[in-house]
Design a protein around this ligand. Structure first.
Ligand SMILES: NC(=O)c1ccc[n+]([C@@H]2O[C@H](COP(=O)([O-])OP(=O)(O)OC[C@H]3O[C@@H](n4cnc5c(N)ncnc54)[C@H](OP(=O)(O)O)[C@@H]3O)[C@@H](O)[C@H]2O)c1
Length: 264
């Protein structure tokens, strides 16, 4: 299927690995031009080189921390200097914050809020005037199922995610007259470095003493009985950012192998 985004300019935050990396790859395969970032310039530059060689597409990167206003401004300026415009934003750079109430710290929650809520919102703020002017734009954020179904172990991420879902829906209404579509994906567990980092805590939460058992129990919660692969998330993101999704806005799509059992 031609996705209709050839030569569109896409920012993918956090593209050095995981879901961001695979989404950058899918954009390149669809003919879009990509700008990405991470906090480690050498790592994201290496990824870009590999993706450019594999796809023949145009991709650039910069070291930028999107949890700060300075990092957001740096990424946006580099995009405008490189391509002169932006059509698509995939808000992806982030992490998770897990643990029960006793483990929650103000500092930990603040980092989560700075990275995901403020980081994503500030990125939307800088790209929005460009998209409004063009009367075309796509914004997709990687949020997470804990924002829809509260979980006592995941509530640090969950509080941030619920706020992001609200932001997504609110801005989808405000931006719609300008043909700027705002959507989200809610991943369940996806096999990435983020998941690996969480495994130790999850063993404790599930009361098991090895990673294999924690993995088995976590997978069982998904109707499909397995974790997602980063490229499966990427496919959904790139579709939502494409011309083919021209009548979809304000949606948060669960891409979680059937993990959430509720109706939304
Ligand atoms: N994997 C899952 O199961 C899962 C579930 C629910 C939601 N999500 C969400 O999906 C998104 C991607 O997750 P993932 O699993 O692909 O994670 P990942 O493998 O850890 O990759 C995260 C990417 O974001 C970058 N990054 C992190 N913080 C950043 C910051 N402050 N500024 C700039 N770049 C930053 C990382 O590079 P550096 O470390 O070099 O900066 C890396 O490139 C995240 O927002 C996450 O919360 C994932």
């Amino acid at each position: 299927m031609d996705l209709g985004i050839k030569d569109r300019v896409a920012i993918v935050t956090g593209g050095s690995r995981g879901i961001g990396r695979e989404t950058a790859r899918e954009f390149l395969q669809a003919g879009a031009k990509v700008m990405t970032c991470s906090r480690h310039g050498d790592q994201v530059a290496k990824t870009c080189k590999e993706l450019a060689e594999q796809t023949g597409g145009e991709i650039h990167s910069i070291e930028a921390d999107t949890s700060t206003q300075e990092g957001v401004d740096k990424l946006f300026k580099h995009t405008m200097d490189t391509y002169g415009t932006v059509d698509i934003l995939f808000n992806n750079a982030g992490t998770m914050y897990s643990g029960r109430f006793a483990a929650l710290t103000d500092e930990g929650l603040q980092t989560q809020l700075d990275t995901k809520l403020f980081g994503f919102m500030r990125m939307m703020r800088v790209v929005w005037p460009v998209m409004r002017e063009k009367r075309w734009g796509r914004i997709v954020s990687a949020i997470g199922g804990a924002g829809k179904e509260p979980d006592p172990y995941m509530f640090g991420s969950g509080m941030t995610n619920s706020a992001l879902l609200n932001l997504t829906k609110s801005l989808s209404t405000e931006f719609a007259p300008y043909n700027v579509l705002v959507n989200a994906i809610c991943p369940g567990w996806v096999k990435t470095a983020l998941w690996e980092r969480n495994l130790g805590n999850l063993q404790e939460e599930l009361g098991v003493d090895n990673a294999e058992e924690a993995t088995r129990l976590a997978q069982k919660k998904n109707s499909l009985g397995r974790f997602g692969r980063p490229e499966e998330l990427a496919n959904a993101v790139v579709f939502l950012c494409s011309e083919r999704a021209s009548y979809i806005t304000g949606v948060s799509l669960n891409v979680d192998g059937g993990r959430l059992k509720g109706l939304w």
